[in-house]
Design a protein around this ligand. Structure first.
Ligand SMILES: [Zn+2]
Length: 337
């Protein structure tokens, strides 16, 4: 279970949406809300949601470890800035590297920086007669709106749109994407952490994968080729085997796989055979190639004429090869997959 702390400075619409999304989802829970102002509506929302809410002063944030201590004491894994308008202090940045996530109501790097928040952003975008705006979900660093971007989504702006119209479009995007992108980030980071720990365990290559269903992690897998003498024991294949065991089913429809690296052709095929709905991956083929795991040649081989592949394949006993299929097709109680 991963715990989120939501930091807010105002009305708390995002706090409401994130909290509601994760109720009953299983793997991620909103543990508490942290505010830097009194008498703001988000405090009321937290109360109604039954979530503990803590108020800290500027002094608490920037001159003490009180906030960090609270995060540690409650076992917080991620800090989500849900309309929080101050820079995050250094002690939190240091302890939550790539674990503090913000949403900005524009397409960064445009319309970001100090003073660019809420309606100020929308007014500037409309004044500049932009044709599009959107949201940027990004990690936090020591400067306003300049951490690594995780995700962006766009919306069109009509020539007649007012800043209020744009605000409404942005709210729709926030509601649609923010909770889901938080979840996706947590899941993919989990797969990447598995990959990193596998390097040090010595069990195999630097690959990790998890399989989820309805927001719950049902299985995980890491590469175990060298420790099990199994060249097919890639992270995704191991995760698929574990998920099938867990669900007692060979069909993983309704599941998603999060993998630290783009699947190789074998794993991609396994994902297809398992009927998994969607793949999320972090590193890609080029990253793998730099680690000595160049599978691009297999993709090229597949595209080649059979006779031109480096491993020769030859058809033999052609007629007899039809027999198992005839028997299969005649079997009344066969289990199709
Ligand atoms: Zn693979």
């Amino acid at each position: 279970m991963k715990k989120l702390a939501l930091f807010a400075s105002g009305n708390g619409t995002n706090v409401q949406q994130i909290s509601e999304y994760f109720i009953g989802r299983g793997e991620i829970t909103v543990d508490c809300v942290v505010v830097n102002k009194q008498n703001i509506y988000v405090i009321e929302r937290a109360k109604n949601l039954g979530i503990d809410c803590f108020y800290f002063t500027r002094e608490d944030f920037y001159s003490t470890d009180k906030v960090l201590d609270l995060m540690k004491q409650r076992g917080i894994d991620y800090i989500i800035l849900a309309g929080f308008l101050w820079l995050v202090p250094e002690n939190l940045l240091k302890n939550y590297d790539h674990k503090i996530i913000n949403i900005h109501p524009a397409l960064l790097p445009s319309y970001g920086g100090k003073g660019m928040y809420g309606h100020h952003v929308h007014e500037a975008v409309i004044a500049a007669k932009e044709k599009q705006s959107g949201i940027t979900i990004h990690y936090i660093n020591e400067k306003y709106d300049s951490g690594d971007v995780i995700f962006q989504a766009k919306c069109d702006i009509k020539p007649t749109d007012t800043p209020e119209d744009l605000a409404a479009s942005i709210h729709t995007l926030e509601k649609t994407y923010f909770p889901e992108i938080i979840e996706r980030t947590v899941f993919l980071q989990t797969a990447i952490e598995l990959a990193k720990s596998n390097v040090h365990s010595g069990k195999g290559g630097p690959f990790g994968a998890i399989i989820t269903k309805d927001g719950k992690i049902i299985a995980q897998g890491t590469n175990s080729v060298t420790s099990t003498n199994d060249p097919t024991a890639h992270a995704e294949v191991n995760a698929i085997r574990n998920a099938c065991k867990e669900l007692n089913d060979f069909n993983l429809s309704g599941c998603e796989i999060y993998t630290s690296c783009e699947p190789c052709p074998m794993c991609l095929s396994a994902v297809y055979w398992a009927r998994i709905d969607k793949i999320y991956y972090a590193g890609d083929q080029n990253d793998a190639a730099r680690g000595g795991f160049d599978d691009s040649f297999i993709y090229k081989e597949i595209a080649l004429d059979k006779n031109k592949r480096s491993i020769k394949s030859e058809q033999f006993l052609k007629e007899m090869g039809k027999e198992p299929f005839e028997e299969w097709n005649n079997k009344q109680d066969r289990i199709q997959y």
